[in-house]
Design a protein. Structure first.
Length: 109
């Protein structure tokens, strides 16, 4: 067990300091870059909180790895009407939801 604060807490604290203390002191022409850094810090914090193992296990039920799963999709293995379509489509939706939860949670509504 690691000591507190953990990485997500440190990123959140550093992000808050950047936005609340440093950004107002920066010249206006650097505000975009500072906000971009703050957004990257938020994404990194959310990414660290996601456990990809359940999805990796589900991908393994379709193919040996994600690259092989993608090649099988391109080859038409999961077309509508095929036996594996429903499961593959559900897995892809879950993968997109996980990705959005990390990179753009507002897109999820």
């Amino acid at each position: 067990m690691l000591e507190q604060p953990d990485a997500a807490d440190l990123l959140a604290t550093a992000r808050a300091a950047l936005l609340e203390k440093l950004l107002p002191a920066l010249p206006a022409h650097l505000h975009y870059e500072a906000r971009m850094i703050a957004n990257a810090m938020a994404i990194a914090g959310r990414a660290g909180a996601v456990d990809p193992k359940p999805l990796e296990a589900r991908v393994a039920s379709f193919a040996e790895d994600l690259a092989h799963f993608a090649s099988r999709i391109r080859a038409g293995a999961y077309q509508p009407g095929t036996p594996a379509y429903t499961g593959a489509a559900a897995l892809l939706r879950e993968m997109v939801r996980m990705r959005c939860a990390v990179t753009n949670p507002r897109a999820l509504g």
